[in-house]
Design a protein around this ligand. Structure first.
Ligand SMILES: [Cu+2]
Length: 624
């Protein structure tokens, strides 16, 4: 039964789903009864749907029925109506060989990177995750807003507890306003290193890209390769309090490329025809470094980021942080040859080592020519060139057109100044690896501690002693953040402090980098929302002068933004998605060290502005 459902892509035809006339008739009756479901997709409220999805152990049976019934509902409608897509993600360990050695690692459907989810704007994906691995795992749909649907957002111990080994869990993912490229990844410890894949959201039927139709589209997933077992690496680091081992390679579509040992036979090659324009959907799934990406002798035209379109920007390189996605056009206007695609790191912290290696793939022109012995290479900005990342970021603008309007909040009701700090936590008898201390990270000097019960459940069921609602609107200690430590402490306070927001608040957040322990860039990511990046600069944010330079006309709308080392970023959004939404640095080591908090957005005045009912089959939070 498992194989029957593996990697299904798109809606199956009714003929293959319903074996007899009798079942077809029954399905139609149920489908008509559930018509509300077809438009509202409110699974827990419908009697029929309760039958589909009740109980973790019956999830598969429920999915089986969904397979049969939901497509019929949609067949009632026109072809232009949104569709439901079904996927089975089978998580298990299998062997992979890179860099001259073989290891067993956890992947989805034995694929690294994992399978692509391909939908249109307005569609829904139903993904049944079967965990046959050794660890509890959850999956996050990065950049998908999931309106009123935090139950299926994924971060472990924030919106759900882990899917334990031997269990399964069915996610329902609503694609509402996103268009372009996003991605999915595990959101439990460091499992995301090997458990991730792209999400492609095509324009709704009857609409097109805001740029000429490309000749072909290809996905480029940037990743990290560790020779060791990633969960062992993180366990050791958490035990010693020191820095986790760096990755041994960066990868492009799962391959390190020609510059690493034992790798040149499997380098990713993209065959192209001369004189065509290709759309590259670039996903940064790297663990711990920002990445510059470019193609020798070719310019890139950036047309989208994080599932939103941009005014076209032509550039020699892009700067991407873990968590970001870019849609980029490349025109094959060079002499037929072989050209390297290059991914090299940006790391501007003070504490090395980091993975300073460069991954390559090959853009291979088709045609009758003698290929060079080595593809053409290009140097990208240096590994400490924060300016190159900032100047690229500052060029990006939303379309902000009649067809693609934006709505930047201008009557701010909640202002927050949040510092992104590297810290220490004292260890008993100075016993830890970081000069006797444990390494830590924090937001406004509170280092987030996850709890054994998820925050969303604690919130909706009024459980006490799980979290407190006193995450501050500004750091308690104000100092020269980018100048020196002053009277601020390098030691941080472990806490589970969340920020409450009323439904509909217009929020402005300024993320302020600091020099405590190590000034370095931090890619901040917010679940459940995208936000407008209205300002970006170096040094201390100045409430007197910096707001005057905000872009309130056509700022980019993204879900992840790099706060530059010794700099700041200002973002704005409307808190119109009720739920508990994690906000965190997307560098893997900073997340596990506590650089996160949770935005708890209250329900609005109606059912349509309130969190959907809790699915009855959420994973248990007990470890037994
Ligand atoms: Cu960080």
């Amino acid at each position: 039964m498992m194989k029957q459902q593996t990697a299904t892509n798109g809606v199956k035809s009714m003929a293959t789903l319903l074996p007899s006339k009798h079942y077809r008739r029954m399905g139609r009756r149920l489908a008509l009864k559930s018509l509300k479901y077809s438009t509202e997709m409110n699974i827990s409220r419908s009697k029929d749907n309760k039958m589909f999805l009740e109980g973790e152990n019956r999830g598969f049976f429920g999915l089986f029925l969904l397979h049969k019934l939901v497509p019929i509902m949609f067949q009632q409608s026109q072809m232009t109506q949104p569709k439901v897509h079904y996927y089975d993600f089978v998580l298990k360990d299998s062997n992979f060989t890179r860099l001259c050695s073989t290891k067993s690692m956890l992947t989805v459907n034995e694929s690294f990177p994992g399978p692509t989810i391909r939908v249109r704007k307005g569609d829904t994906a139903i993904v049944n995750v079967h965990n046959y691995g050794r660890y509890g795992v959850t999956i996050h749909w990065h950049g998908v807003k999931q309106p009123r649907n935090p139950w299926y957002d994924g971060p472990e111990n924030i919106t759900q507890c882990a899917i334990r080994p031997g269990h399964n869990f069915t996610y329902v993912v609503f694609f509402t306003v996103e268009e372009g490229t996003l991605w999915w990844h595990a959101h439990s410890d460091w499992t995301r290193a090997t458990v991730h894949g792209p999400i492609i959201i095509l324009p709704a039927l009857g609409t097109t890209y805001p740029f000429p139709q490309p000749y072909e589209e290809h996905t480029i997933v940037l990743g990290s390769w560790y020779k060791g077992d990633v969960m062992s690496i993180i366990s050791e680091a958490m035990y010693t309090g020191g820095r986790p081992n760096s990755s041994d390679a960066h990868t492009i579509n799962g391959q390190p490329g020609d510059l690493y040992p034992c790798s040149n036979q499997t380098t990713y090659r993209l065959k192209v025809k001369p004189g065509k324009t290709y759309l590259l959907r670039i996903v940064n799934a790297v663990m711990d470094e920002e990445i510059f990406f470019g193609i020798a002798n070719h310019s890139l035209t950036v047309v989208g980021q994080d599932g939103s379109y941009l005014k076209p920007v032509t550039t020699d390189y892009i700067s991407t942080t873990p968590g970001q996605t870019f849609d980029v056009l490349v025109t094959t206007n060079q002499d037929p040859s072989l050209y390297y695609m290059i991914a090299s790191p940006l790391f501007d912290g003070q504490y090395t080592p980091f993975d300073n290696s460069t991954s390559t793939a090959i853009l291979e022109y088709e045609g009758d020519y003698t290929p060079p012995s080595t593809p053409v290479f290009r140097f990208l900005p240096g590994c400490n060139d924060t300016d190159a990342a900032v100047s690229f970021s500052k060029r990006l603008r939303s379309l902000a057109s009649k067809e693609y309007p934006i709505d930047v909040p201008k009557n701010i009701t909640t202002r927050m100044l949040i510092t992104t700090d590297m810290n220490h936590i004292p260890c008993p008898n100075k016993s830890c690896a970081a000069h006797g201390d444990r390494l830590a990270s924090s937001l406004s000097n509170f280092s987030f501690v996850t709890r054994p019960t998820d925050i969303l459940q604690a919130y909706t069921r009024n459980l006490s002693d799980i979290y407190t609602t006193d995450f501050p609107d500004a750091p308690y200690v104000i100092y020269d953040f980018t100048g020196g430590k002053g009277n601020a402490s390098e030691y941080t306070t472990p806490a589970t402090r969340v920020k409450m927001l009323n439904y509909g608040e217009q929020v402005e957040m300024v993320f302020q980098g600091t020099t405590i322990v190590s000034p370095e860039s931090h890619p901040m990511h917010l679940h459940g929302y995208s936000f407008y990046v209205v300002g970006l600069g170096y040094w201390n944010f100045d409430y007197g002068s910096d707001p005057a330079s905000f872009n309130l006309i056509d700022p980019p709308e993204v879900n992840t933004i790099m706060v530059p080392a010794k700099g700041w970023v200002a973002i704005r959004f409307v808190a119109d998605n009720p739920g508990t939404w994690l906000m965190h640095c997307h560098l893997a080591r900073h997340l596990i060290w506590g650089m996160s908090t949770v935005l708890m957005v209250k329900n609005g005045p109606s059912n349509d502005t309130s969190i959907r009912p809790r699915p009855s089959y959420m994973p248990s939070c007990s470890s037994s």
